[in-house]
Design a protein around this ligand. Sequence first.
Ligand SMILES: C[S@@+](CC[C@H](N)C(=O)[O-])C[C@H]1O[C@@H](n2cnc3c(N)ncnc32)[C@H](O)[C@@H]1O
Length: 271
Amino acid sequence: MSVREALAAGAARLAAAGVADPGRDARRLMAEALGLAPDRLTLVLGEAVPGDAAAAFARMLEERARARPVAQILGRRAFWGRDFTVTGAVLDPRPETETLVALALEGARPERILDLGTGSGAILVTLLAEWPEAAGVGTDIDAEALAVAAENAARHGVAARATFQRADWTEGVEGRFDLVVSNPPYIPEAEVEGLAADVRDWEPRHALTAGPTGLEAYRRIAAGLGAVLAPGGRVLLEVGAGQGAAVAAILPGARVHPDLDGRDRVVEVAG
Ligand SMILES: C[S@@+](CC[C@H](N)C(=O)[O-])C[C@H]1O[C@@H](n2cnc3c(N)ncnc32)[C@H](O)[C@@H]1O
């Protein structure tokens, strides 16, 4: 079977399983099976798929048909130009979160960064990689997530400047930080059931929701900021679309930044 034929059959299999973008996902899985960058696939469309690649493609298709996210199947996700290890213990880093990273990098260079709910470490590791003089602490409630974050810090050469700590938001975090960042769980509990199966059934529930209103984590973080923020320190919190005003109301002096689609995305308290 040619790559073109296998891709068409694979996309049909994913479409039948209800996958939202079957063509794109089939191409990403085929590229992985062939060991190619996705943008090289067009060069081999007429070639036969080698047996081992066909078997790997079939295996990955079946996982995707069960709604397993592509990032978990591949074990990685690109974020701010770097590949991050992704497992079922962490949120798949989202492109929207790059808005927070972009805003952080526009500001003054911090010496110490605190990332609350670090998950894969995508935010903290990216900022440490972009700011070679900075050091940081990433916290999470989940020890497995912290292990993934530590792996990503090592993968991107920032492990010596990153500390990972199990903590309930700011509880037990020592020292003061001139930049505090977080992408906390912000989906109202009742909305989780209505999420796409690849999010609802495969990503950690505590990475998605912290309670009925979607604002619970922000309240906890806001209450703890006084103990961790250095004088003149800056805070950047990712929010869900439509949550900007509600989160800004929790944090005196906050302003809301939109993402590239014009939706509320980051609430900032400037130093
Ligand atoms: C939306 S995910 C964000 C992960 C990562 N920072 C990112 O942007 O991709 C939220 C993270 O907060 C963590 N979390 C949930 N409740 C927490 C708590 N009480 N204290 C600390 N972290 C918590 C979750 O384990 C998860 O890793």
